[in-house]
Design a protein around this ligand. Structure first.
Ligand code: SAM
Length: 246
């Protein structure tokens, strides 16, 4: 079937790609890649010789008309990003929207995504979660976003660039409190994969001297759902009085 294929690619380990993804990448008319040099490695590894075209946040708007035209002509276009699932904090979402609006089939080829990979092995509740992704650049908006996250009962998932881990921990600590559990999932599927688990307080202390390298997903436990209510003194007094007066 012709259309736009959103093809998930590995988040580190080159073996994490599906047979279907490989078949689609081999048979597509063109592959749109976020970084053609980076994706070139994956495609060479699997001996895929489909023509590559760059498609990233700086040229997506100007490429769109030509891509839609190719799709209307019945071409098969595969879109890949540098890592993981296209459209998830990566190019792809806008093109999917445009195609959907023009009745062009959008076909997802599922595969890895760092958020699900980290969450599944985190040990934190997986039944309800919020994917926050990257925090805003502006310090004020960042704090606001953290405040919202800290009040939610679902597990909270963040993408954190390695050089921003300390800033993240410094800013999250006073907002979430130091006993909130967190999992720092680093270099998933790669040689130095690590799951650090502990409280935000411990994380802040330990990582301030570690300066870890590589890609990081941080997961923070949701706010406690049911806080046991302890009656206030005035409530107790009120109950006592009505008891006595009866
Ligand atoms: N589209 C990707 C996906 O589906 O996961 C996400 C792309 S986003 C630009 C890149 C961020 O994802 C990184 O900064 C990091 O927070 C997270 N990430 C990607 N690969 C990872 C890995 N191997 N281990 C931990 N986090 C990773």
């Amino acid at each position: 079937e012709s259309g736009l294929y959103l093809v998930a690619t590995p988040i580190g380990n080159l073996e994490d790609i599906t047979l279907r993804a490989l078949r689609v990448l081999k048979s597509a008319d063109v592959i749109l890649a976020e970084d053609t040099r980076h994706s070139g490695k994956l495609l060479r590894y699997y001996n895929i010789k489909t023509p590559l075209l760059s498609y990233h946040k700086f040229n997506e708007a100007q490429r769109e008309a030509a891509i839609l035209q190719k799709l209307h002509q019945g071409q098969t276009i595969a879109l890949i990003s540098d890592a993981g699932t296209p459209g998830i904090n990566d190019p792809g979402a806008e093109l999917a929207k445009l195609c959907a609006g023009e009745n062009i089939p959008v076909i997802p080829i599922p595969g890895p995504s760092a958020l699900v990979t980290a969450l599944s092995a985190s040990g934190l509740p997986t039944n309800e979660f919020t994917f926050v992704g990257f925090l805003p650049k502006h310090a004020g908006s960042r704090r606001e976003r953290l405040l919202v996250a800290s009040d939610q009962t679902e597990t909270q998932i963040f993408y954190v660039p390695p050089h921003k881990l300390q800033e993240f921990l410094d800013e999250a600590l006073p907002v979430f409190g130091d006993s909130r559990l967190c999992v720092i999932a680093r270099e998933l599927t790669k040689l130095h994969e690590e799951f650090w688990r502990g409280t935000l307080g411990e994380a802040n202390r330990i990582f301030s001297s570690r300066h870890p390298k590589g890609e990081i997903t941080v997961i923070v436990e949701g706010k406690e759902k049911f806080v046991a209510e302890t009656p206030s003194e005035s409530e107790l007094e009120h109950e006592l009085r009505s008891f006595v007066s009866n």
